[in-house]
Design a protein around this ligand. Structure first.
Ligand code: PAF
Length: 287
């Protein structure tokens, strides 16, 4: 595995692959890798002849009250994992490679409608930071395919919209969330859960599944299903930021009672357990 930290070196590598008509599959990450990331890397080999993974903890997507300095950074362990997955290039840039005028980054990419709802409402500026860094990374890596997890569902939609509106020549693949045996979605944040909180955390996924089953059965309104889910979570000690049923393609909340023509739905939850904020979602395709 070639570890590259300069944007120029990366461009040279990518140009030489282009000459040999190699397809590039790209997995952007912020490091501290777990099975969820590695499943994306494994899938990347199916989409490209060459696999590039980036690790960059992007300051632009952290809010003023979010702990950028405390974000877990484990580059040595990450390198070992990526080497074992047969990654061709690990792009490990410093801040200046991504934001050349680092103290004065002015240009931000906005994806109105999508970037200030749900996660965006709770984390103002977050998706502008994500969209801006992803555009920059796509420009540098110039991949044929870029791969993201569906756990960050709203992020995936923001990126799809960015690519569509700017006419970027890259295919975006969204892959299913990888879960622990008890259903908890894998996340770098899970390690902040106390043993007691870790026991409770799978209730988020259980609530998603129960809500989905109720939607399918059609016995309750969306408002009732949401109310029931919130109650279960709150009784167990979660603070629920949102539990909502939306249209998959634009995250428009479903009207109550349910519109019969809405078939491709996603249920999304963000909830805090102690100081740890967890998000998860479940797609539901009604027939
Ligand atoms: O999902 C992440 O790890 C980050 O938001 C991403 C897409 C790498 C951008 O910094």
């Amino acid at each position: 595995m070639n570890v590259i930290s300069s944007a120029d070196d990366l461009r040279h590598q990518v140009a030489s692959w282009a000459q040999s008509k190699s397809k590039i599959a790209f997995v952007p990450t912020m490091g501290n890798l777990h099975e969820g990331h590695l499943s994306l890397v494994r899938a990347a080999h199916q989409y490209g002849d060459k696999v590039v993974v980036s690790i960059f903890v992007n300051p632009l997507q952290f809010g003023a009250n979010e702990d950028l300095a405390g974000y877990p950074r484990t580059p040595d362990a990450d390198k070992v994992l990526l080497q074992a997955e047969g990654v061709d290039v690990l792009f490990l840039p410093g801040e200046k490679e991504i934001y050349p005028d680092e103290s004065d980054q002015q240009v931000l990419i906005e994806v109105p409608d999508l970037d200030d709802i749900l996660e965006g409402k709770n984390r103002p500026g977050h998706f502008q930071g994500v969209a801006t860094v992803v555009k920059r990374l796509l420009d540098l890596v110039n991949p044929d395919v870029a791969i993201f997890g569906k756990k960050d569902y709203q992020q995936l939609l923001v990126i799809r919209r960015l690519v569509a509106d700017l006419g970027l020549q890259v295919r975006i693949e969204g892959l299913d969330t990888v879960r622990e045996a008890d259903g908890l979605a894998m996340s770098s944040r899970n390690k902040y859960l106390s043993p007691d909180e870790r026991q409770l955390a799978p209730i988020i996924y259980q609530t998603l599944k129960e809500s989905a089953a109720l939607l399918v059965s059609g016995t309750e309104t969306v408002a009732e299903i949401i109310g029931r889910g919130r109650e279960i979570l709150e009784k167990k000690g979660f603070t629920v930021d949102y539990l909502t049923v939306c249209r998959q393609n634009d995250l428009a909340p479903l009207a109550t009672p349910m519109e019969p023509n809405e078939k491709a739905l996603v249920i999304l939850i963000a909830a805090r357990l102690g100081t740890t904020r967890l998000i998860d979602n479940l797609e539901l395709n009604l027939v």
